[in-house]
Design a protein around this ligand. Structure first.
Ligand code: SAH
Length: 331
């Protein structure tokens, strides 16, 4: 995602005063979404968006809709002619009032605030610092300067809308795990697979540490694009495609799966199949780093992996998130 894509309307299409817009927002029940969007769209030349409520805390990686919770409708109008804008807002309130009279479910209060395109496009970037993981992996947001230390492995990253900034504990656990693998000497030249690559942060990090070839899949096309862009940005090759398991190429020496517990359980068998089997002795098999495991779900994930023939080598935890480093010892 670039800056232009984050503003609601291109400045040359609208008539906003120096990129200032009025944002109208309102919460409403799912059943009223269509009618409320329609009413807001009459006032808003800058477009209307519907934000569905998702759970992101418990299972922070895979958003799932919260059934029955209200949606937020946002609409934008240029703040150039305030008299016209105020009239449009008054009309919107009136129409919403009529709607409430007929709707069975309640509609929230219409909120109005001023937003500035520039703040908007860059606000999130302020919360994204240069971050260090383990002793030498560093994520450097593309818009920040950083003076590298001699041993640093620097991942230049612009995650855009894809998951994988390094701000989330589950990603951090994977990067620390990657560094540990590198310290064990098993990353250089290792065939590597990243299931659910998001921004590509893990695949790119592995490639920078010498893993090759590196394959990545993600069900989300935005993530695939982000992975490709971040690989190019770092001058490494990651073969990214849209999809999931099973995968034809493989098995791989190293596999990352930073997904959620429920998906790890569901994919335990095909995931284990992507890991190179050893000769039956400890230390001879390929490795899987499974992350995104909310602590309550850990026993379930462990059972699924054990049944799929994987052995836990190491466990790490940050806050309530757990990662498991597993080996496929083989027959
Ligand atoms: N690897 C990154 C991103 C993890 S977020 C990191 O460690 O930060 C999880 C990603 O997995 C998301 O981009 C999501 O789109 C993707 N995903 C979710 N379920 C998937 C599945 N069944 N197969 C492949 N990708 C999946």
């Amino acid at each position: 995602m670039n800056d232009e894509e984050q503003v609601p309307v291109r400045a040359d299409e609208g008539t906003s005063a120096a990129g200032t817009w009025l944002e109208l927002s309102i919460e409403c029940d799912q059943e009223a979404v269509e009618a409320v969007s329609e009413i807001l769209s009459r006032a808003a030349s800058g477009g209307v968006s519907v934000e569905q409520p998702f759970t992101t805390e418990q299972e922070g990686l895979a958003a799932s809709p919260i059934l029955g919770a209200p949606a937020t409708i946002r609409a934008y109008l240029p703040a150039i002619d305030m008299a016209a804008a105020e009239k449009a807002i008054a009309e919107t309130r009136e129409r919403l009032g009529h709607l409430t009279a007929f709707e069975l479910r309640p509609i929230g209060q219409l909120q109005v605030r001023e937003v500035h395109e520039e703040d908007w496009a860059t606000a999130w970037k302020e919360h994204f610092p240069v971050m260090r993981f383990g002793s030498r992996i560093v994520i450097k947001p593309t818009w920040r300067d950083y003076d590298p230390a001699p041993d640093d492995i620097i991942i230049a990253l612009d995650p855009g809308m894809a998951f994988g900034t390094g701000l989330h504990p589950t990603t951090r656990l994977c990067l620390v795990g990657l560094e540990r693998w590198a310290d064990e000497g098993i990353v250089e030249g290792a065939s590597t697979f990243d299931v659910g690559s998001g921004s590509g942060v893990l695949a790119v990090g592995a490639a920078l540490l010498g893993a090759a070839p590196v394959r990545a899949v993600d069900t989300d096309p935005i993530a695939v694009e982000s992975t490709n862009q971040n690989a190019a940005r770092n001058g490494v090759v990651v073969l990214a495609s849209q999809g999931s398991l099973p995968i034809d190429n493989g098995p791989f020496d190293l596999v990352f799966a930073n997904l959620v517990a429920s998906i790890l359980v569901e994919l335990a068998e095909p995931l284990a199949d992507t890991v190179r089997p050893g000769d039956g002795t400890t230390g001879s098999g390929g490795r899987l780093l499974a992350s995104g495991i909310f602590i309550d779900r850990e026993p379930e994930v462990r059972r699924a992996f054990a049944a799929a023939g994987l052995r836990v080598v190491r466990r790490e935890q940050e806050t309530e998130w757990v990662s498991l480093d597993l080996e496929r010892p083989g027959p």
